[in-house]
Ligand binder design. Structure first.
Ligand code: SF4
Length: 335
């Protein structure tokens, strides 16, 4: 059974210009010991899905659907229940470390507090656990660093402290939202290794949100591709790279440097992502899709349907044979 199971999640933000449907019927699941990659351009609903799961939405947001953590329903849970779950059973790493660090408290206090809140570490061991957590994420002289305030650390160090805080209680589900974007290559490799350790040691389920398909290839078992607040393709990672089934995924893969012929310019998907306030009818990718047909521009949008290859599914009106033929050409593999 999936450790984290999201069914038909819909999250809407109220704005002065009207409602923004940031997450529009998303279903995802991830089992213990597995890594699910969630990819897509900025504004496609990846982060809104993550903050919905964590129960960290602003008051202007409404949410419906189902989010089950090890069988327990989180949609409709009280703030008190969610506080007990957050940080202990499910934790999140944000792209911006200042989103989870308190600027006026020393990091030692913050780490100890994260461990103390969930009562899993005896009081006498809190300091030792905080030191160990900093050492685990590769922070030199961890004892001295406990006394530092967040602003006294470099960006990379702050990112590591935030990761130490997320992992201090060994959560069973970790959501990592662009965890390595701002980091150098060496630190990035270390952070990915930490996530692998968590998966190995506590059989954690990891949701890795990223726009970096190289990281996806390296880390993930399954991938969900999001566009316009919806999942448009879902597949085991090898299947997604070998036989992508959605024109948007083709565009993402074609922009990978290794897929281009030497000397060719990197491919860019023309146009911009759709407005989530007034999305186009039918397939939301139609205005940017080189294969759009009349049927693509009328409601209802194509549903996520099995491609006949294992658990893979895609939401596109093109028939499977046409998709197979075009995929190689569009991603540069057939060049
Ligand atoms: Fe393109 Fe139509 Fe498929 Fe959408 S449904 S991706 S517009 S071919």
């Amino acid at each position: 059974m999936a450790l984290l199971e999201i069914q038909d999640l819909r999250t809407t933000f109220r704005t002065d210009e009207g409602p923004v449907h940031a997450v529009d019927g998303v279903s995802l699941s991830v089992e213990a010991g597995r890594v699910l990659g969630v990819v897509g351009e900025s504004g496609c609903g990846k982060s809104a899905t993550a903050t919905s799961v964590m129960g960290l939405l602003p008051r202007t947001a409404t949410m419906s659907g189902s989010i089950r953590l090890d069988g327990r329903e989180l949609v409709g849970a009280s703030e008190r229940e969610l506080r007990g779950i957050r940080g202990a059973e499910i934790a999140m790493i944000f792209q911006d470390p200042m989103a989870s660090l308190n600027p006026v408290m020393r990091i030692g206090w913050q780490l100890e507090e994260a461990a103390r809140l969930h009562g899993r570490v005896p009081r006498a061991e809190l300091r030792a656990r905080a030191i160990e957590a900093l050492a685990t994420v590769g922070i030199p002289s961890p004892e001295e660093r406990l006394r530092a305030y967040p602003h006294e650390l470099s960006g990379g160090m702050r990112q590591r402290v935030m990761i130490a805080m997320a992992l201090i209680n060994r959560p069973r589900v970790l959501i990592a939202d662009e965890p390595t974007t701002a980091l150098d290559v060496t630190t990035q490799a270390q952070i990915l290794e930490l996530m692998r350790d968590l998966r190995r040691e506590v059989d954690a389920a990891i949701v890795l949100i990223t726009h970096d398909l190289g990281v996806v290839a390296e880390m993930c078992d399954e991938v969900a591709v999001m566009y316009g607040g919806r999942v448009v393709e879902r597949a085991p990672v090898d299947e997604l790279f070998a036989r992508p089934q959605h024109p948007y995924t083709w565009g993402l893969l074609a922009s990978l440097p290794g897929r281009n012929l030497a000397g060719e310019r990197l491919h860019q998907i023309p146009g911009a992502p759709p407005s989530l306030r007034t999305p186009p009818p039918g397939c939301r990718f139609a205005p940017r899709c080189g294969h759009a047909m009349d049927v693509c521009r009328v409601d209802p949008a194509p549903a996520l349907a099995p491609t006949g290859r294992g658990d893979a599914a895609a939401a596109c009106h093109l028939d499977l044979a046409t998709r197979d033929r075009l995929a190689a050409l569009e991603t540069g593999e057939g060049a």
